[in-house]
Ligand binder design. Structure first.
Ligand code: MSP
Length: 530
């Protein structure tokens, strides 16, 4: 990887279906993507976070019909609820692509033409069970009793028997196998990779990329009796999204700066599309492949699968309105190891936040600022890393923390990154108790008191900095109380240089004037039942 490549990082969330307002699954993927994007920005990289909406297909057409509105009107309404939730959750996306954007059609047509020229598209008969909620043909073995979908257990798959255009996926069997072998981390985590390898080993079948009973979508360029299959159209949204706003919609323009994408972050249910169909489509069009597809796990509520029929969904809008963005982000990013399934339970949610952010992080800052006021006239002791031995209880953790957090983000282990930081904050509270600066102050050991308070303050600063991709508002409050003019939600002078000083323990000259102390995270309470 050359230097400039190292300084760019592009990632995508899935493009979400607009059949309804955003659910917690979409919010989860987007929060994870945002934290990863923020961490790369913090390191001074140029980052492109792509998100957006997948608006064509039968599912959306039917939803709009049920509401008696034109599909476009329906989509426009729902898109607003996505954008508003992303704002509430402090998601800083760079591109929001809608598959109904006019430039997208041109990209799809040009891509289609390339694949057509390779003789990778042909007309044939499609027979099979189709799940409209998945927008996917299912094998009998993937369905449960009475042809209900295993993912959407309240939806019956529909029998289809029609002429469709097919994409010659089978032609790419060997090429895909070679890809998975030569780039073992193309699909992550390992369990997902194995799933894909098993699927591919069974032999790839060509898949249909057009529908005949559908108006809501782009017509197949060579046959307007057919509409392009929603997944073929949606995946290409990742390319259209890369166009600058004033650029002519050509593939060359779209691919010039940000392609190939470094990371497609998705949920495990849509792995096959991203790890099998998508690379094959790109190979057919002669385009380079993305570097990585990461399939995260599924969320449950109180240990149960969520669903509208069970009536136990989590409304992300309600959650963020009630508890705030940092709380929601922290719970899902810290409590769930990315890649594993995870559970949401409101009591646990409250306990985790009150413990980690209010009691551990907030309280350590509060105690420290209080002592600085009392013992040092709110002035930061002018010390630095060199004044502390390397086995100092806080410096010893702080010295390697930045590197460990970088490593964790490189491995997409956001939860581990948070846990590593929390270890330092917990050590701060213990260190204050053990070293009892109030006693030393009474004994007039002023330089010892200064040493302690500097070490503590610097550890809290470093923790706030390294947690900022997850809890940007809380980190900003901490930085401001430490006297820094810094807001992690604003574009600022992120650079490699800034990262190396801010992410190191004791390297940053502290501001002399501390800001006003106030609680950075207020304790949460469960809403009353009535
Ligand atoms: N439109 C397609 C993606 C096209 S990408 C070119 C799609 N959209 S979706 O709205 O259904 O996807 C939502 C995302 O939420 C997916 O990543 C999916 O895995 C995720 N989740 C949906 N339910 C979920 C949970 N219960 N838990 C966690 N994530 C889940 O698929």
């Amino acid at each position: 990887m050359n230097h400039t490549e190292n300084h760019k990082f592009s990632l995508t969330t899935p493009l979400y279906y607009v059949n309804g307002v955003p659910h917690i699954g979409s919010a989860y993927t987007t929060m994870v993507a945002d934290a990863i994007a923020r961490f790369h920005r913090l390191q001074g990289k140029s980052v492109l976070l792509v998100t957006g909406t997948d608006e064509h297909g039968q599912k959306i057409q039917r939803t709009a019909a049920e509401e008696n509105v034109e599909p476009q009107v329906h989509c426009d309404r729902i898109v607003e609820s996505f954008k508003s939730l992303w704002d509430k959750l402090d998601i800083k996306y760079d591109r929001f692509i809608r598959t109904t954007d006019p430039q997208h059609k041109q990209i799809v047509n040009e891509f289609f033409a390339r694949v057509w020229e390779q003789d990778d598209i042909y007309l044939d008969r499609q027979q099979g069970w189709y799940c409209v909620s998945c927008e996917e043909f299912k094998e009998e073995r993937d369905l449960i009793e009475d042809h209900y979908c295993a993912i959407h257990t309240n939806k019956q798959a529909e029998w289809r028997d029609e002429e469709n255009y097919f994409f010659r996926l089978s032609k790419y069997q060997q090429q895909l196998e070679k890809l998975y072998e030569s780039q073992p981390d193309f699909i992550q985590p390992a369990s997902r990779r194995n799933e894909v390898l098993n699927f591919v080993q069974q032999g790839l079948k060509d898949f249909s990329i057009s529908r005949i009973d559908l108006d809501w979508g782009f017509p197949i360029p060579i046959d307007d009796q057919h509409t392009i299959y929603v997944w073929f159209d949606a995946l290409l949204g990742y390319i259209t999204a890369l166009l600058d706003p004033d650029q002519a919609p050509t593939l060359d323009n779209a691919l010039a700066k940000w392609w190939p994408i470094d990371l497609h972050l998705i949920g495990k249910d849509i792995l096959r599309f991203h790890a099998v169909y998508w690379p094959a489509m790109l190979a057919s069009a002669g385009l380079p492949l993305p570097s990585k597809v990461f399939g995260h796990g599924f969320l449950t509520k109180d240990g149960l699968k969520m669903g509208k029929t069970l009536g136990n969904t989590i409304d992300p809008i309600e959650l963020v309105d009630r508890y705030g963005a940092d709380a929601v982000r922290y719970y899902f990013l810290k409590e769930i190891e990315l890649g594993n399934d995870g559970d949401f339970n409101e009591t646990r949610f409250i306990n985790v936040l009150n413990n980690d952010l209010a009691d551990v992080l907030g309280n350590s800052l509060n105690r420290t600022l209080g002592m600085l006021k009392k013992y040092c006239q709110s002035t930061v002791p002018q010390l630095s890393s060199a004044d502390f031995s390397s086995d100092h209880p806080l410096k010893s953790i702080g010295m390697t923390l930045g590197d460990r957090v970088v490593q964790a983000y490189e491995n997409l282990q956001v939860s581990q990154a948070c846990t590593a930081v929390l270890t330092l904050v917990r050590a701060v509270n213990k260190y204050i108790d053990d070293s009892a600066p109030w006693k030393l102050f009474k004994q007039e050991q002023h330089s010892e008191v200064e040493q302690i308070l500097y070490a503590v303050l610097e550890s809290i600063r470093l923790s706030a900095y390294l947690l900022s991709p997850v809890i940007p508002s809380t980190s900003s409050k901490i930085y401001q109380q430490l006297g820094f003019d810094w807001d992690f939600n604003q574009e600022q002078e992120n650079s490699q240089g800034a990262f190396s000083t801010h992410s190191n323990w004791g390297e940053l000259p502290m501001s002399k004037a501390l800001g006003q102390a106030s609680p950075v995270f207020l304790k949460l309470e469960l809403p009353s039942k009535d």
